[in-house]
Design a protein around this ligand. Structure first.
Ligand code: MG
Length: 260
């Protein structure tokens, strides 16, 4: 991985050569600084303004891509004309149309069965929280005591295991969050490729910026694009890293200026 700023000439050239830029942006930890709880992770107004201006540019498509539910993501960002991909790729909002990935009944049923059990486990751990995202569940433990987290993880693991074995569910570990999702072999990476097909432009350059494990699926799949991880991470498949949310904003501002 190389620091984006140190490779600026080659990155810049790749962008200048392309006809259309498709920007994939993760939300938490990429555009919005990580907060103690998901409700507190708000978008800085300077970032919203850049997104707004980028969305008006015919040579740029901006897609927000997140593990958050689609409706929540759209509300948080609040820029109408963007594309939104929620629930790790299961839900998409593109050009005013909502589409989704088919989730089989066995997965939905498994989720509704483990939901109350996970809620019970979370109740016993102060600071932990269960987020019901409709098509998935998230167990947040950023505010929980470290000594209790291991017990919480073991408990969740026990509840989910039979459904993981049966092929209904899968578990992903993010930053201080356990995500329980339908097992569909459908990731942020898959959603990224699908959107590229829908945007269908000549000399399309995809750029993906994300900060977490779930973004790695896109880093692996986007060969030929520009992939950037927020924060240096030795085993990341992203080509570049930036040092924080501030450098992401700087990069977006540069793209805006390039098309102005
Ligand atoms: Mg993130």
């Amino acid at each position: 991985m190389r620091w984006l700023c140190s490779r600026w000439p080659e990155v810049k050239e790749q962008i200048l050569k392309s006809g259309h830029t498709l920007l994939f942006l993760d939300y938490d930890g990429t555009l919005a600084p990580i907060a103690p709880s998901p409700e507190q992770a708000t978008l800085p107004s300077s970032t919203r303004s850049v997104l707004q201006r980028l969305s008006r540019n015919p040579r740029v498509t901006v897609a927000l891509i997140s593990g958050r539910p689609l409706a929540n993501l759209r509300q948080l960002v609040g820029v109408r004309s963007l594309t939104y991909v929620g629930n790790h790729g299961l839900e998409m909002w593109h050009r005013g149309r909502r589409t989704g990935v088919f989730v089989p009944g066995s997965s939905r049923e498994a989720l509704s069965r483990i939901r109350p059990r996970c809620a019970g486990l979370v109740e016993d751990v102060p600071g932990a929280r269960l987020e019901d995202k409709g098509l998935s569940l998230a167990i947040h433990y950023r505010l929980a005591r470290a000594s209790q987290v291991a017990r919480l993880k073991a408990g969740i693991g026990r509840e989910v295991r039979p459904f993981v074995r049966s092929g209904a569910l899968t578990v992903m570990n993010g930053k201080k969050v356990i995500e329980v999702c339908p097992s569909l072999n459908w990731t942020k990476g898959h959603a990224t490729l699908r959107l590229m097909k829908r945007v269908r432009r000549r000399s399309l350059l995809p750029i993906y910026i994300g900060d977490d494990q779930t973004d790695e699926t896109a880093f692996r799949m986007l060969r030929g694009g520009i992939t950037i991880r927020v924060g240096m991470h030795r085993r990341s498949k992203a080509q570049y890293y930036v040092r924080g949310v501030g450098e992401v904003l700087q990069f977006l501002e540069w793209i805006l200026a390039r098309y102005a």
